[in-house]
Design a protein around this ligand. Structure first.
Ligand code: PLP
Ligand code: COI
Length: 365
């Protein structure tokens, strides 16, 4: 791309889209991240040339040289956001500009070129327009959009690549957790940490998730749905979950969430929850919470609710907490009133059931 931030997309419709009856069967029970639409977006980047060859085309395997830099040094970033069928029939996205900004920030941390925000937003819009028939219309359903970018240069030297491929794929989804909106159990890992100060914790890079898998496996071995990571320096303070941020709700109605500081992903849901809770008159503090404090306050009853939040998880109550020292339950283990109220508030905005006072909703038409 030369000049401005706008890219022209060449649209090449899939000559063999999934037949409507097969699509309907897939949409009847899509789960999370298993079903994909008919198209994808690709944009190429080369040093000295900039962004070029923006396309919407049939979703297909990507030919890859075995020496592609990403396969060796993991220079890769991604985003996750959802498109919804609003109640008035429009298709909308929730805060895609925030995802564009975080994608650019992740790119900077991973020494990759930043895709201009307009090109990021246009890529999503084109894919939604062409794959609109794949948007679930169920109460919990949405179209999960997965923009990502990797180092495609064929080179084994350890330095930032000179060539990148940006893609967007889309997946119709229902709830991330198979139990739907039920409290989940979490495992506080004594073994693994996620991100150290100065590391890549605030970037949405694939490597962070690769590093979380052994910890997540440990959680599953202990009957838990998600792992909770403690800070890498003192192993005392709660950072976040494998794929979600965390909030604590106290008996005075206030909310607390761990502060950003380089080791936590700056969640867009996290920021939205803080805004909605403050708007409802609640005090929201960003401050460190130690695991000891979590356990003590749960035992005394001062801590009333705990929830996880993220694009995939939306807002999910946390019921039980397990660690090698034993387990404890948050209040009676059932979904809390504040958690479910904030969830309803957020989902109502996302689905266009209540006014969007913050300019969070982008209409596709
Ligand atoms: N933390 C991690 C590690 C995540 O993977 C996610 C999901 O994207 C989040 C937090 C929540 O971020 P967001 O609300 O932007 O989806
Ligand atoms: C998301 O919530 O979008 C995530 O990326 C979490 C997980 C599915 C990786």
């Amino acid at each position: 791309m030369s000049g401005g931030d706008k890219l022209d997309f060449e649209i090449r419709p899939n000559p063999q889209p999934v037949p409507a009856a097969d699509r309907a069967a897939l949409l009847a029970n899509p789960g999370f991240g298993r079903v994909f639409t008919d198209h994808m977006v690709t944009i190429r980047y080369a040093e000295g040339k900039g962004w070029y060859d923006a396309r919407v085309e049939a979703r297909a395997p990507i030919p890859m040289d075995p020496a592609s830099a990403v396969l060796h040094y993991a220079q890769e970033i991604f985003e996750g956001l959802k498109a919804y069928h609003a109640t008035d029939g429009a298709v909308t996205m929730f805060r895609p500009d925030a995802n564009a900004a975080r994608f650019a920030e992740s790119a900077r941390r991973m020494a990759m070129p930043a895709l201009p925000e307009q090109a990021f937003l246009d890529s999503l819009r084109h894919l939604i327009e062409i794959d609109r028939a794949w948007l679930p219309t169920t109460a919990e359903g949405s179209l999960y959009l997965r923009p990502f970018m990797y180092a495609s240069e064929v080179f084994l030297g350890v330095r930032p690549a000179n060539e990148y491929l940006y893609l967007v794929i889309a997946s119709p989804v229902e709830s991330y957790f198979s139990g739907g909106v039920q409290p989940v159990n979490v495992w506080v890992s004594p073994t693994y940490t996620r991100a150290a100060p100065g590391g890549t914790g605030a970037a949405k890079c694939g490597g962070n998730y690769a590093a979380s898998l052994a910890a997540q496996a440990e959680a599953i071995e202990h009957g838990c749905d998600q792992v909770v990571f403690l800070d890498a320096v003192q192993r005392r303070y709660v950072d976040e979950l494998g794929g979600m941020n965390i909030f604590y709700v106290y008996d005075d109605g206030s909310l607390v969430t761990p502060p950003l500081g380089g080791t936590i992903l700056p969640g867009i849901t996290r920021e939205s929850v803080m805004t909605l809770a403050r708007q409802a008159g609640r005090t929201v503090l960003e401050r460190p919470v130690s695991f000891d404090e979590w356990r003590t306050d749960a035992a005394s009853g001062r801590l009333r609710e705990v929830f996880a939040c993220g694009t995939a998880a939306v807002i999910t109550p946390i019921g039980q907490v397990r660690s090698p020292d034993g387990e404890f339950t948050i209040a009676d283990g059932a979904p809390g009133e504040v958690t479910m109220g904030l969830r309803q508030n957020l989902v109502d905005i996302q689905r266009g059931r209540v006014a969007d006072a913050h300019g969070w909703i982008h209409r596709i038409g």
